[in-house]
Design a protein around this ligand. Structure first.
Ligand code: FAD
Length: 506
C-alpha cells in the first residue's frame, strides 16, 4: 500500500472541483476521483452568486467565469396585465466587485474549474468509483475501482464526500439524510424559443400554471422550467407537451423548437444530520438538497468546499489544532439549514395549490411586486441574502472580537467587504492576512514581527492606513476564505496573540 493521502475528495462536481482548487493552492497531498467518465454536459445550475465569485477570485477562476457568463440579465415578471422589469445587477451593493447574478451553465462552470486544475497539474481521476470506506486507526481505508475494473486500496487521513445527493461517503459514514420529496414533478428543457426577448429571464405566474425561461449561453439559448400539469400523462417529456403548457400559460405567442435536453424530476428537501463524522466530511449536495428557487444549490456547495479545504490543510500540516475542523459543521450546517428554509418558503409560495395562496400569487402579488421592487433598500437586502453576501460566522468558535470591538465596520465572523474596492484582492490568500488600520507609525515593525514570530509564511501583513473597512484605528485577522476571524479596535495586540496561540500555535 502506498503512503497515506492527506485528503481523498470523492466527486468532481462543482463542490469537489472547488475543494481541489483550494487544496492545490496549498500543495496538500490529495486525490480527486469521480465515478463518471465525463463531466456534466447538461446546463443544470444556471447562476453563480456574487459571494461565490468573490471566493473563487482568490484562485484566479472568477475572471474566466465572468468572461464566459452573462452578468447583465434582467428579470421580466409577466403579470396578468403588465410586465415588471427587475434588474439582477447594479442594485447599490457597493462592497462587492461582483454586484450581479452571473448566468452561466453548470457545464461551463465545471469546465472552467476543471481547466484551472488541469493547468496546475491536477488530474481528476474519472471513471474511479469509491466502493467502500473503513476506519482503521488514524486512517480511512478506501476501496476504489478504476475505469478498467481494477480495484485499489488507498489510505487517507480525511475523506470529503462531494459525491452528490446519493453520497456513498454519507452512507458509509452512517449519517442520516432526513427530509421529504415535494409532490410536484418538474419539467425542464434547454431549447430555442421564438418570440421571447433575449438577455432577460422571464417568469409567467398565471392561474393556469407557472413557466420560467432563463437565458443560457450554451448549449441552447433558453432553459425552460415548468410543472407537469396534473392532467398530463406521466412519461417522457416531449416538445409537444411543453408547447401545450406554454400555450396554456402564456398564450400562443411563444414557439418552442430545437430542444437539446428535456427531462423531468422530483425535488427534495433533505439535510444531513451531521456534516462530519470522524474523518468523514460532507459538502455540497451530499449535505443538502433543495429546490432550485434562488439558485442556491451549487453556490452553497462551492462555499462549503472553500470553508473546509484550508482547515484540512492546516490540520494536516500540523499548523492548526484538530478542533479547527469542528468549526466546519458549526459554520456551514446553519447555512445549509437556512438555505433549506429559504428555498422551501419560496417554493411553497410559488407552487402551492392552496386557493388562498394561489389568489395571493396571481392577484395580490402582481399589484404589490412593482411597489416592493421600487424600494431600493428592500431590493438590496434581497440581493445580499440571495447573493450569499449576508452569510456570516459571528457565532463560530473561531470568530472572536477583542475586548474592544470597532464601533462600526465588519465584525468578527463577517466576510471582509470589498470596500474600499480592491481590498479583497489585496488581502486574498493563501494563508491568513493581518490587517492593520490607522497611521503606519502606530504599527512598528518589531511589534508586528514579535507577534508573528514562528509563523513565517502563514500570515501576510497588510498595512491599510486609512484605506480600511473600519473608520477607527483597528486590526483584524482575515482567514484564508475571506472571513474575519478576529477584529479589535485600537493597537493592543494582546487579544490577537491569544487568538493566534489558540488557532495558529507556534
Ligand atoms: C436537472 C437538474 C437541474 C438543476 N438545476 C439547478 C439550478 O437551476 N440551480 C442550482 O443551483 N442547482 C441546480 N441543480 C442542482 C445542482 O446541479 C447541484 O446543486 C450541484 O451539482 C451540486 O454539486 P455537487 O458537486 O455537490 O454534486 P454533483 O454535481 O452531484 O457531483 C457529485 C459527483 O460525485 C460523483 N460520485 C457520486 N458517487 C460517487 C462515488 N461513489 N465514487 C466516485 N464518484 C462519485 C458523481 O459522478 C458526480 O460527478 C440542478 C440539478 C439537476 C439534477
Amino acid at each position: 500500500m502506498t503512503a497515506p493521502l492527506d485528503v481523498l475528495v470523492v466527486g468532481a462536481g462543482p463542490t469537489g472541483l472547488a475543494l481541489a482548487a483550494q487544496l492545490r493552492s496549498y500543495g496538500t497531498g490529495f486525490r480527486i476521483v469521480d465515478r463518471s467518465l465525463d463531466r456534466v454536459r447538461e446546463s443544470r445550475a444556471l447562476a453563480i452568486q456574487p459571494r461565490t465569485l468573490e471566493m473563487l477570485a482568490g484562485y484566479g477562476v472568477t475572471d474566466e467565469l465572468v468572461a464566459r457568463g452573462n452578468p447583465a440579465v434582467q428579470l421580466r415578471m409577466h403579470l396578468s396585465r403588465r410586465v415588471v422589469r427587475v434588474p439582477l445587477f447594479d442594485i447599490g451593493c457597493r462592497d462587492t466587485a461582483y454586484p450581479f447574478l452571473l448566468f452561466l451553465s453548470q457545464a461551463e462552470t465545471e469546465r472552467v474549474l476543471a481547466e484551472h486544475l488541469a493547468g496546475r497539474g491536477v488530474t481528476v481521476e474519472r471513471g474511479t468509483e469509491v466502493l467502500g470506506l473503513e476506519r482503521q486507526g488514524e486512517h480511512v481505508i478506501c476501496r476504489l475501482r478504476g475505469s478498467g475494473g481494477t480495484e485499489e486500496t488507498v489510505r487517507a487521513r480525511y475523506v470529503v464526500g462531494c459525491d452528490g445527493a446519493h453520497s456513498t461517503v454519507r452512507v458509509q459514514a452512517g449519517i442520516d439524510f432526513a427530509g421529504h420529496a415535494y409532490p410536484q414533478t418538474f419539467l425542464l428543457a434547454d431549447l430555442e424559443v421564438d418570440g421571447l426577448e433575449t438577455g432577460a429571464a422571464h417568469s409567467y405566474v398565471t392561474a393556469a400554471g407557472l413557466v420560467f425561461f432563463f437565458p443560457l449561453v450554451s448549449p441552447a439559448t433558453w432553459r425552460m422550467l415548468t410543472m407537469r400539469p396534473p392532467d398530463a400523462p406521466a412519461g417522457q417529456v416531449t416538445q409537444a407537451l411543453l408547447q401545450e403548457i406554454v400555450d396554456r400559460c402564456v398564450g400562443d405567442r411563444l414557439v418552442l423548437r430545437d430542444p437539446v435536453w428535456m427531462t423531468d424530476f422530483r425535488l427534495h428537501k433533505r439535510g444531513a444530520a451531521r456534516y462530519r463524522a470522524g474523518p468523514f466530511f460532507l459538502a455540497g449536495d451530499a449535505a443538502h438538497i433543495h429546490s432550485p428557487a434562488g439558485a442556491q444549490g451549487m453556490n452553497t456547495g462551492i462555499q462549503d468546499a472553500l470553508n473546509l479545504g484550508w482547515k484540512l490543510v492546516y490540520v494536516c500540516q500540523g499548523t492548526a489544532p484538530e478542533n479547527l475542523l469542528e468549526t466546519y459543521e458549526a459554520e456551514r450546517a446553519p447555512v445549509g439549514r437556512g438555505v433549506l428554509r429559504l428555498t422551501d418558503r419560496a417554493f411553497t409560495v410559488a407552487m402551492s395549490t392552496n386557493p388562498a395562496i394561489r389568489a395571493a400569487r396571481t392577484h395580490i402579488a402582481p399589484r404589490l411586486a412593482p411597489l416592493l421592487l421600487r424600494a431600493r433598500s428592500l431590493r438590496g437586502w434581497g440581493f445580499r441574502t440571495v447573493g450569499e453576501l449576508a452569510i456570516h460566522y459571528r457565532r463560530s468558535p473561531v470568530s472572536s472580537a477583542g475586548s474592544r470591538a470597532p464601533w462600526r465596520g465588519p465584525r468578527a465572523g463577517d466576510r471582509l467587504p470589498d470596500l474600499p474596492r480592491g481590498l479583497q484582492a489585496r488581502t486574498a490568500g493563501p494563508g491568513y492576512g493581518l490587517l492593520l488600520a490607522g497611521p503606519p507609525s502606530l504599527w512598528p515593525g518589531e511589534r508586528v514581527a514579535a507577534l508573528l514570530d514562528g509563523r513565517d509564511g502563514l500570515v501576510t501583513v497588510h498595512r491599510l492606513g486609512g484605506d480600511s473597512p473600519w473608520p477607527d484605528i483597528a486590526h483584524g485577522l482575515v482567514r484564508p476564505d475571506g472571513y474575519l476571524g478576529y477584529v479589535a479596535r485600537g493597537t493592543d495586540l494582546t487579544g490577537l496573540r491569544t487568538y493566534l496561540d489558540r488557532w495558529l500555535p507556534v
